[in-house]
Ligand binder design. Structure first.
Ligand code: FBP
Length: 285
């Protein structure tokens, strides 16, 4: 029911496609880097208003931001409580996330889902897989959906490898196997990181030449489309480039996008215009 609430809400409601606003960057990247380009975005209420005005399916954030809007926005938009977070204050080769909220917090705030980041490729990945196993079990037992941010990074991977097609497909599969209802990954490139995987891609001719083909393959890796795969927006980009990515996701059968910086780092008018264009593409208009 909670998954349906998210799929039915907002402008894309009922289309099977999703547009989610995630605002955990204050924690993940720091407040000045995140909100400095558009200072109204320091205010947690700003993001509730933005998600509502843009007709997003859901708004995802850590505990503090959701609590700061709870009184004014309760029940107005599906919420995803991000239950772990990572900061950039220490330089680490193998990142891990701290648990920063609970399933009880998600219920108290009326959220539809819990969100959790894993870092396949990090030396700490197994600890994170264990944490989400327990959290997902608890969340599902009370009817909450599970959203996994599956971000490959860590000393096992090259920088290019973090978005390599084989690695992103693998990250999507791991999240699906961990029981995610919604899986969030980065848009993959044509780079292949693992030599063993390269042999298979080359010998079987899996089509990965275009961005749309790569999206299709990642969706295939997440149980052949039986799990919802959405793609992250990334750093602030030119509108035309960004919309080309959205068209590729749409053409490749991706389920949608989770767009943070490309939304709240623009003025509200520009963000609403861009999010409106994204919505039109996913709605097939
Ligand atoms: P963006 O659209 O801003 O990329 O947000 C998506 C997101 O997953 C955020 O939830 C998270 O803070 C951020 O990306 C992580 O980005 P990075 O890869 O730079 O750590």
């Amino acid at each position: 029911t909670n998954l349906a609430r998210m799929l039915e809400h907002g402008t894309l409601g009922g289309t099977g496609r999703m547009l989610i606003l995630p605002v955990d960057q204050g924690f993940e990247h720091g407040p000045a880097r995140s909100f400095g380009p558009n200072p109204p975005a320091y205010d947690p209420h700003y993001h509730f208003e933005l998600a509502l005005a843009a007709g997003c399916n859901a708004y995802a954030a850590p505990l503090g931001f959701l609590e700061a809007g709870a009184r004014d926005y309760a029940g107005r938009i599906p919420l995803i409580l991000k239950l772990n977070d990572h900061d950039l204050l220490a330089d680490e080769e193998d990142p891990e996330q701290a648990i920063t909220g609970s399933v009880a917090d998600a219920l108290r705030l009326g959220a539809c889902a819990v969100g959790f980041t894993i870092y396949p490729g990090s030396a700490h990945r197994n600890a994170m897989y264990g944490q989400i196993r327990e959290i997902a079990e608890e969340a599902k037992s009370v009817g909450l959906a599970v959203v996994i941010w599956s971000y490959a990074r860590g000393s096992a991977l090259s920088k290019e490898g973090e978005t390599a097609i084989d690695v992103i497909g693998y990250a999507a599969q791991i999240a699906a196997q961990l029981g995610a209802h919604i899986i969030k990954v980065k848009l993959p490139t044509a780079h292949i990181e693992q030599p063993a995987a390269r042999k298979v891609y080359e010998s079987t001719g899996i089509p990965i030449g275009t961005a749309a083909e790569r999206v299709r393959h990642v969706v295939q890796c997440a149980f052949n489309g039986r799990r919802i795969v959405i793609f992250s927006g990334g750093a602030h980009a030119e509108e035309a480039t960004f919309l080309d990515e959205i068209r590729a996701i749409q053409a490749g059968g991706g389920f949608g996008s989770i767009v943070g910086r490309n939304a709240f780092q623009r003025s509200k008018a520009d963000a609403l215009s861009l999010l409106g264009k994204i919505t039109d593409i996913y709605a097939g208009r």
